[in-house]
Design a binder for this molecule. Structure first.
Ligand code: NAD
Ligand code: LMR
Length: 329
C-alpha cells in the first residue's frame, strides 16, 4: 500500500451510529477500496473505555486498509491533520428540555469542535454533521472555523433522501435505482420537503408515474419527514445503521461524484439559490464532481413546492436567530 492514509475523525464513536459506521469506514466503503485510512475517535471521557472496546473489535477485523486508530477526549488531538470529519456525537433532547436548551447544549459541543477543526485539520478537510439538530450544529461549527472555507461544512439529509427513494420505489413497484433527481429541501427535521417534481422513474416523470396527488401530499411527504420518529417508536432507539449508511453515502458521493444525469441531496451553506437566505445550511439538490459539490440550478419551483421549501427554511432561520442570540455564531 503506497497511498498516504486519509485521516478520518469520528465524534461520538462509542455511540450506536459510531458502532455501525466505523467498521464500514475501515473496510473501505467511505472512500474506496484502495484508500487506506487512519481513524481518530473522539469521545467524552466517560465513554473512552467503550470506544476502546470498539477499537479492539476493529483490530480484530484485520482490515487491510486500516492503518491506525487513535482514541481521545481532546478535540485538538482528534482533528489534528483530519481530512474527513464525521460529527456524530451530540447532546440528545431529554425530558423537559426546550429547543433553546438543546441548541445551547449542542453549542457547547460544536463550537469547540469547530475551533479545533479550524486550528488543527488538514487543508482539504471535509465535515459532515450528523448529530442533531444537524443543520444548525453544522452552522455553529462552521462559524467557529473562519479559516476553513465555509462550503466544507455540510449536514446530513442523505438519510431522508434514501428514505424517500424507497417509499417511492415501493409505491410504484420499481427499484430505487430506477429513480433519479429526487430532492430533499430544507432542514433535517419534520419540516423537510421531499420533492419529486423533477424526479424521473425509468426515464418518465415521477409525478405522472405516481399519479396520486393525495398519496404524495398526505402519505409520502409526511412518512419521509416523520420516519426518524417512527423508527424511535418501533426500535426504542433512533436510527443507527441507516444513519451510518447515509453518512457513508454522503461522503462517498461528495468525494467520488454523482452519476451522470442524477443528483443527490446535501445540506450545505446556501449561496442564496432558490430564495434560501445566504449562509443557512439547508438541503439542496446537488451534483458532485472532482470532490466538489454544486447546487443544481434552474429548476422550476411550483407554488406547492415554494410553500414547503419556505416553511422549512423559515425554521432554519429561526434556529439561526436562536443560536445567534445565545452567542454561538
Ligand atoms: P448515541 O447517544 O448512541 O451516541 C452519541 C455518542 O456521542 C455517545 O457515545 C456520547 O458519549 C458521544 N458524545 C456526546 N458528546 C460528545 C462530545 N462532546 N464529543 C464527542 N462525543 C460526544 O447517539 P446516536 O444514536 O449515535 O446518534 C448520534 C446523533 O445523531 C444524535 O444527535 C441523533 O439524533 C443524530 N442522528 C442524526 C440523523 C440524521 O439523519 N442527520 C439520523 C439519526 C441520528
Ligand atoms: C432520524 O432521522 O432518524 C433522526 O434524526 C431521528 C432523531 O431524532 O434522532
Amino acid at each position: 500500500m503506497t497511498r498516504t492514509p486519509v485521516n478520518v475523525t469520528v465524534t461520538g464513536a462509542a455511540g450506536q451510529i459510531g458502532y455501525a459506521l466505523l467498521f464500514r469506514i475501515a473496510s473501505g466503503q467511505l472512500l474506496g477500496a484502495d484508500v487506506p485510512v487512519k481513524l481518530r475517535l473522539l469521545e467524552i471521557t466517560p465513554a473512552l473505555k467503550a470506544a476502546e472496546g470498539t477499537a479492539m473489535e476493529l483490530d480484530d477485523c484485520a482490515f487491510p486498509l486500516l492503518q491506525g486508530i487513535e482514541i481521545t477526549d481532546d478535540p485538538n488531538v482528534a482533528f489534528d491533520g483530519s481530512n474527513v470529519a464525521l460529527l456524530v456525537g451530540a447532546r440528545p433532547r431529554t425530558k423537559g428540555m426546550e429547543r433553546g436548551d438543546l441548541l445551547e447544549a449542542n453549542g457547547g459541543i460544536f463550537k469547540p469542535q469547530g475551533k479545533a477543526i479550524n486550528d488543527n485539520a488538514a487543508d482539504d478537510i471535509r465535515v459532515l454533521v450528523v448529530g442533531n439538530p444537524a443543520n444548525t450544529n453544522a452552522l455553529i461549527a462552521q462559524a467557529a472555523a473562519p479559516d476553513v472555507p465555509a462550503e466544507r461544512f455540510t449536514a446530513m439529509t442523505r438519510l431522508d433522501h434514501n428514505r424517500a427513494l424507497t417509499q417511492l420505489a415501493k409505491k410504484t413497484g420499481t427499484s430505487v435505482s430506477d429513480i433519479k433527481r429526487l430532492t430533499i429541501w430544507g432542514n433535517h427535521s419534520a419540516t423537510q420537503y421531499s420533492d419529486i417534481h423533477h424526479a424521473t422513474i425509468g426515464g418518465k416523470s415521477a409525478v405522472e408515474v405516481v399519479n396520486d396527488e393525495k398519496w404524495l401530499t398526505e402519505e409520502f411527504i409526511p412518512t419521509v419527514a416523520k420516519r426518524g420518529a417512527a423508527i424511535i417508536e418501533a426500535r426504542g432507539a433512533s436510527s443507527a445503521a441507516s444513519a451510518a449508511n447515509a453518512a457513508i453515502d454522503h461522503v462517498h458521493t461528495w468525494v467520488n461524484g454523482t452519476e451522470e444525469g442524477n443528483w443527490t441531496s446535501m445540506a450545505i451553506p446556501s449561496d442564496g439559490s432558490y430564495g434560501v437566505p445566504e449562509g443557512l445550511i439547508s438541503s439542496f439538490p446537488v451534483t458532485c464532481k472532482d470532490g466538489k459539490y454544486e447546487i443544481v440550478q434552474g429548476l422550476d419551483i411550483n407554488e406547492f413546492s415554494r410553500a414547503k421549501i419556505d416553511a422549512s427554511v423559515a425554521e432554519l432561520s429561526e434556529e439561526r436567530e436562536a443560536v445567534r442570540s445565545l452567542g454561538l455564531i
